[in-house]
Design a protein. Structure first.
Length: 500
C-alpha cells in the first residue's frame, strides 16, 4: 500500500479526496482559535467568554456525530460528506459577520456540526481498504485530515495579515474565516461529482435497523444507555457553563429548560435503543457466537478517544493563547508556534495506525500509546515562562505525537467491530472525542493550563490500565477481507487490488 500511496487511481484517489475533505472541515472547525485573542480585543470579550467559545465550538459535534453516523449508514458517505462541506459555509460566514459574543456563540455552535465530518470518511475508507491495511489507511485519512488544524493556525493568520489593507491595517480575520467556508462549499460540489461509495460491483451494506447501534447482549444494551448518558452530560455541562457569571448567555431558567430538553433527548435515545434491540431484550432473538460483539469494547474505545482526540481538541483550542500569554508573544507568532502541535498529524496519526497494523496486536498498541499520552501531558504540566521556548515546543510536540498516534490506533480497531454499523460505531466513538474536548476545556476555563495538562495525563494513564486488562483483540484484525466477504484479485476496480 505504501508503495502506491501517491497513485491517483482507484482506492488511492478516493483516499486522497476523502482526507482532503476532512482537512477542509478541520480548517473550518479551527478557524477561530488563531484569532481568539484578536477577536476578543475587537469585540471586547472577557477571557471567560473566549474560553467558553472554545467549548461551544465542540459541543454540537457530540450529537451531530451520532446523527451523521446514522445518516451515513443509510445514505452513504458521498452524499453525506458533500452536504456537510457545503453547509460549512453557513457557520464560517456567520462567524465572519459576528458583532458580539451572542452571535459568536451561535456561529460556533453551528460550526460544531461541521466537525462531525470525520465519521463519514471512516466509513468511506473502510469500504475501499481491507482489514490488514485498516490502521494505515484510517491513519492517513485521519492524520492528514487533522493536519487542517495546522493549516488553520499557521496559514490563516498570514492570510489575515497579508489582507490587512482591506481592514484598515488591522488583522483581517473576518476575510480569512469567511474564505475557509467558501472553499469548503466549492469542494463539496467537487466531491459529490467525483467519488463513489464503493468500488464497482461492491454493494454498500446498510445496518438492518437504524436509530441506534444493534447490540448482541442485554449487558451491552445497558452499556449503550450509559454511553448515551455521558454525551448528554457533556452538553448539560456546557449549558451550566453558559449560565455562569461573566458569561450569562443563558439565564438560570433557560439553563433548566436546556437540561429538560437534554433529558428528553436522552429518553428518546433510550427509546430508540430499546426499539432497535426489542427482540433481544424480550428474549425473542439470540445471536450466534460469530455475530456477537461486546459494547463494552466500544466503550473502551470511547474512553481511548476521549484521552487522545479529546485532549488534542482541547490543546489545539487553547495552545495559541497559552504560548501568547506564557511567553509574551504576538498572536501571529504564537499561532505559528502552536501550529507545531497539529503539524505532527501529518505523520503521527498514520504512524499510530501503521504500528497497529505491523505490531501484531492492536490491543497492546493502544495500551502503550495511551501510557505515552499520560506521561507526556504530565511533563507538559510543568511548562512555565522560565522555560526556553524551544523546550516548551518540544514537550508539546512529544505530547502531540502520542495523542495523535492514539487516534490512529483507536480507529484501526473501530471499523473491525461490525462493518455494516461502522457509521454508528464511529459516530459514538468520535462523539466521545468531543466529550473529552468539552470536559477538558471546561476544566481549563475554571482553572489553568497546568491543571488541564495534569488532568489529561492522569486520565490517559487510567485508560492505558483499562486497555491492558479489558480491551480484546478484534476478530480477524489482520485478515485480507472482512468476515463474509471474499478478497477480489481479478478485477481492475477491485477493493483489494493485488499490488501491496
Amino acid at each position: 500500500m505504501l508503495k502506491n500511496l501517491f497513485s491517483l487511481s482507484d482506492r488511492y484517489r478516493i483516499l486522497h479526496q476523502t482526507w482532503f475533505a476532512f482537512f477542509l472541515t478541520f480548517v473550518c472547525w479551527f478557524n477561530f482559535a488563531p484569532f481568539a485573542t484578536t477577536i476578543g480585543k475587537e469585540l471586547h470579550l472577557a477571557p471567560e467568554q473566549i474560553k467558553t467559545l472554545g467549548i461551544c465550538n465542540l459541543a454540537l459535534t457530540i450529537p451531530a456525530r451520532l446523527i451523521i453516523g446514522m445518516l451515513l449508514d443509510r445514505f452513504g458517505p458521498r452524499i453525506t460528506y458533500s452536504i456537510l462541506l457545503m453547509f460549512a459555509a453557513v457557520p464560517c460566514l456567520a462567524t465572519a459577520l459576528a458583532q458580539d459574543f451572542n452571535q459568536l456563540v451561535i456561529s460556533r455552535l453551528l460550526m460544531g456540526i461541521v466537525g462531525s465530518g470525520f465519521v463519514v470518511g471512516i466509513r468511506m475508507v473502510a469500504e475501499w481498504f481491507q482489514p490488514k491495511e485498516m490502521g494505515i489507511a484510517q491513519g492517513i485519512y485521519g492524520g492528514w485530515g487533522n493536519f487542517g488544524a495546522f493549516g488553520a493556525e499557521f496559514a490563516l493568520p498570514m492570510i489575515a495579515v497579508s489582507t490587512s489593507f482591506f481592514a484598515g491595517g488591522a488583522s483581517n480575520w473576518r476575510f480569512a474565516i469567511a474564505l475557509t467556508g467558501i472553499i469548503a462549499a466549492i469542494y463539496g460540489v467537487i466531491y459529490y461529482n467525483t467519488v463513489q461509495d464503493t468500488p464497482t460491483g461492491k454493494i454498500y451494506k446498510k445496518p438492518k435497523k437504524n436509530g441506534s447501534v444493534e447490540v448482541t447482549s442485554v449487558k451491552s444494551f445497558w452499556a449503550i444507555i450509559i454511553s448515551n448518558f455521558g454525551l448528554i452530560f457533556a452538553l448539560g455541562l456546557l449549558a451550566w457553563r453558559l449560565e455562569q457569571k461573566n458569561i450569562r448567555f443563558l439565564t438560570v431558567s433557560q439553563m433548566y429548560l436546556t437540561w429538560l430538553l437534554l433529558a428528553g433527548l436522552f429518553a428518546y435515545q433510550s427509546y430508540k435503543a430499546w426499539q432497535v434491540n426489542r427482540e433481544l431484550l424480550i428474549g425473542k432473538k439470540t445471536y450466534a457466537a460469530s455475530e456477537r460483539f461486546q459494547f463494552g469494547q466500544i466503550a473502551l474505545l470511547e474512553f481511548a478517544y476521549t484521552t487522545s482526540f479529546g485532549s488534542e481538541l482541547a490543546v489545539v483550542s487553547m495552545l495559541p493563547a497559552f504560548f501568547e500569554k506564557t511567553f509574551g508573544l504576538e498572536h501571529v507568532i504564537a499561532g505559528m508556534i502552536a501550529a507545531t502541535y497539529p503539524f505532527l498529524n501529518l505523520i503521527s496519526r498514520p504512524s499510530g495506525g501503521l504500528i497497529s497494523d505491523k505490531f501484531g496486536s492492536r490491543k497492546w498498541t493502544m495500551t502503550i500509546i495511551s501510557a505515552g499520552i499520560g506521561v507526556s501531558y504530565l511533563i507538559a504540566h510543568f511548562i512555565n515562562s522560565s522555560w526556553p521556548i524551544p523546550l516548551a515546543i518540544a514537550v508539546t510536540m512529544f505530547a502531540a505525537y502520542f495523542a495523535q498516534a492514539g487516534c490512529g490506533a483507536t480507529y484501526s480497531i473501530v471499523p473491525l467491530i461490525k462493518k455494516e454499523a461502522t457509521g454508528q460505531i464511529a459516530g459514538n466513538v468520535g462523539a466521545y472525542g468531543n466529550f473529552g474536548g468539552v470536559v477538558y476545556l471546561t476544566i481549563f476555563s475554571l482553572t489553568d493550563a497546568s491543571t488541564l495538562f495534569s488532568t489529561m495525563g492522569l486520565a490517559a494513564l487510567v485508560c492505558a490500565f483499562m486497555c491492558a486488562f479489558f480491551l480484546k483483540e478484534p476478530k480477524a484484525s489482520f485478515a485480507v477481507a472482512y468476515e463474509g466477504e471474499l478478497p477480489e484479485t481479478a478485477t481492475k476496480n477491485s477493493i483489494f487490488l493485488t499490488e501491496e
